[in-house]
Write a protein that binds this ligand. Structure first.
Ligand code: ADP
Length: 397
């Protein structure tokens, strides 16, 4: 284990996730979560051998720093601190500036902060987490891995909005795309399954978690993706609306809604939650649908129809297709969702293999379509692993 551990940090505005990744075995040797930052009940928790441990943070003060300092103490107690060689940070938005993983220094911190306009909920929180980690681990190199970076290969026709180009040059309004680390990872794993070099493989990758996006991958590179200027665009998600006629925003404002109310409605009260009137959790939707709940049934139908529509439209972005890849919480686990999406794609020849679909769950990869029909497969994603591996590679570069 020695000299192979990378601490992966995903710092949000009120939370901080961490995982200690062994870059030789690929295993997460420790993982945990700091949450409720800014509130009296702020806490850090972690699991060792399946057992949960908790440490309450002081009610006052910088909770990001307190959480990182507690992680340092924990690592010392576990005798792991000296084996950590680098720290990798997940960053949501790298704009057009960051096309790959970079070593963090003062100028990178400033650049990430300067992109806060594009990701106001995420980038400032990342910078706070990075500064806390730099204070706690002053001798270690730290790296930033961007959700947007994989999509920087999109051609202009895919990333340009059909709007005046002044909006792009003045404000940077364009499609950036997110979930890049996940789409990157599953496409590399899928290339092994279809036994092709990545540079010659073509996929449509479908990341279905609380956030959801589709990515067209041509010769190993992202050429289009459904999230846009922000992660609100594209598919219907747990609580986000996805694609929507922009006039609806003006309409609601004229009806007296405040800007904040419209923002909250589309980001936090829409998607599976809004349509079902019940829950944003896919498991709850399926259960309620099986009990005949109308809202849940409509949410399920809408979700699967929209995913299939995106997959269909991304056939246009590719000359060939080796496989559709399903990943993330819903994509890796929900048999009815995958089954319905494949049914919606029958015009393209997709035929579900029920046994294959049933077997590919709970962390198991597998092909879920019948032999001699177009291929769809499940590949469990592993964003922490990519962040750890890229950090390690740059460290040794
Ligand atoms: P996030 O975007 O927050 O990382 P995840 O990738 O963890 O989200 O996905 C969360 C979604 O996955 C939830 O809708 C949850 O219901 C769904 N999910 C998790 N496990 C299962 C399961 N066994 N069956 C169906 N859906 C599942």
């Amino acid at each position: 284990m020695s000299n192979s551990l990378v601490l992966v940090i995903n710092s949000g505005s009120s939370s901080l996730k961490f995982a200690l990744i062994d870059t030789v075995s690929g295993e997460a040797t420790l993982s945990g979560l700091g949450e409720c930052f800014g509130m009296p009940e702020a806490v850090v928790s972690w699991k060792i051998d399946g057992e949960k441990h908790e440490h309450a943070l002081d009610a006052e003060g910088n909770h990001h720093q307190q959480a990182v300092d507690r992680i340092v103490v924990l690592l010392e107690e576990l005798g792991m601190k000296q084996d950590i060689v680098a720290i990798g940070h997940r960053v949501v938005h790298g704009g057009e500036k960051f096309t790959k993983t970079v070593k963090i220094d003062e100028s990178v911190l400033e650049e990430i902060d300067s992109l806060s306009d594009l990701a106001p909920l995420h980038n400032p929180a990342h910078v706070i987490g990075m500064r806390a980690a730099m204070a706690a681990f002053p001798s270690l190199s730290q790296y930033a891995v961007f959700d947007t970076a994989f999509h920087q290969t999109m051609p202009a026709k895919a990333y340009t909005g059909a709007i005046s180009q002044k909006l792009y040059t003045d404000y940077g309004i364009r499609r950036y795309g997110f979930h890049g680390t996940s789409h990157y990872y599953v496409s590399r794993e899928a290339a092994k399954v279809v036994n092709k070099p990545v540079e010659e493989s073509n996929f449509i990758s479908v990341h279905l978690g609380n956030g959801a996006s589709v990515c067209a991958i041509k010769n190993g590179k992202s050429v289009d993706t459904s999230m846009g200027f922000t992660p609100l665009a594209g598919l219907m998600m747990g609580t986000r609306c996805g694609d929507l006629d922009p006039s609806i925003i003006e309409f609601l404002l004229k009806k007296g809604w405040s800007q904040q109310e419209v923002f909250d409605e589309l980001n936090k009260k829409s998607g599976l939650l809004g349509v079902s009137g019940l829950t944003s959790d896919c498991r709850g939707i399926i259960e309620a649908m099986e009990n005949g709940h109308e809202g849940a049934t409509l949410a399920f139908e809408l979700f699967c129809y929209r995913v299939a529509k995106y997959i269909g439209s991304y056939m246009v972005a590719l000359d060939e297709l080796d496989a559709i890849i399903f990943t993330a919480g819903i994509g890796e686990n929900s048999l009815p969702i995958r089954s319905k999406i494949l049914e919606n794609l029958k015009i393209f020849g997709y035929r579900e293999d029920e046994e294959g679909n049933a077997a590919a769950r709970f962390g198991n990869a597998g092909v879920i379509t019948k032999p001699n029909t177009p291929v769809a497969m499940v590949i469990p994603t592993n964003e922490e692993w990519v962040i750890a591996k890229e950090s390690m590679e740059l460290l040794h570069a």
